[in-house]
Design a protein around this ligand. Structure first.
Ligand code: MF3
Ligand code: CO
Length: 252
């Protein structure tokens, strides 16, 4: 069942989403050669707590940190560590916060110093695919219009969409129905309605779409070691179009 949210519930998700957006903006500025992913995790946790939120991932199914910090061939869910970022890396920062019981969830991928032309293009294409998906998340469209928007934007550029992880409904839980695959034909699935709140999150690889999980039981990596990028926004479907709840300007 897809749980529709009232305007006051959306307002709470807007609050948790804003904290996530501000924290990610702050982390993005800190990304540079030499900083560790654990440093970034600590900044994220302190910032969320300072703003009156609660880290959403810490303790979720036993996840031990506030931030997921996935570098290069790491796709998602990499654990913060003493690993130092190096010039030319790319890092995906995935973060969630809770305010008064309501979750916000977002991710960005950031270059560390100067990166290869391919890495830069991967980041741009993944971000653009999320933007196209957000435009497809309007009342009257169907769920798979979102999926199709991601897939077509990504594959037109010669990259591959990860299939085993999906976006999701979000609200009083981090993961609610519906699941939102990042691929598929348009025109299928539930009709999108005002009051739906969705976390849309394309994960895109330069090589094969296949991923595997490391022995730490969290970190997902590309099987062929190709680079991977991840962007995510929590959005509300409203009469006046789609509101991005995890951006600083409501648009993405
Ligand atoms: N954005 C991710 C998701 O929606 C973050 C979950 S990480 C976890 O699944 F640690 F909380 F599992
Ligand atoms: Co998510």
């Amino acid at each position: 069942m897809i749980i529709l949210k009232s305007p006051w519930e959306i307002d709470l998700i807007r609050k948790s989403g804003r904290i996530v957006a501000e924290a990610l903006a702050r982390l993005t500025k800190l990304v540079e050669p030499g900083i560790t992913t654990l440093d970034l995790d600590l900044v994220a946790e302190e910032y969320i707590l300072k703003r009156g939120g609660t880290p959403a991932f810490k303790g979720y199914r036993g996840y031990p940190y506030t931030l997921c910090a996935s570098v290069n061939e790491q796709v998602v869910h990499a654990l913060p560590s003493e690993r130092k970022l190096r010039e030319g890396d790319i890092i995906s920062l995935d973060l969630g916060a809770i305010v008064d019981g309501y979750y916000g969830d977002a991710a960005v991928t950031v270059p560390v110093g100067q990166v290869s032309a391919e890495a830069k293009r991967l980041i741009d294409v993944t971000q653009e695919s999320l933007q196209r998906a957000i435009e497809a998340a309007r009342p009257g469209n169907r769920l798979s219009d979102i999926s199709h928007a991601v897939q077509s934007a990504v594959e037109a550029e010669g990259f591959a969409v990860v299939r085993v992880f999906v976006g999701h409904g979000i609200g009083r839980s981090l993961h609610e129905e519906p699941q939102i695959p990042n691929f598929g034909p348009p025109g299928h699935g539930p009709v999108l309605k005002t009051g739906m709140v969705l976390a849309i999150e394309p994960m895109v690889n330069t090589g094969s779409p296949d991923v595997m999980i490391l022995e730490d039981r969290w970190t997902a990596v590309t099987c062929d070691k190709s680079l991977s990028a991840h962007f995510e926004h929590t959005v509300a479907v409203t009469e006046n179009g789609t509101e991005v709840l995890t951006s600083l300007n409501g648009r993405g």
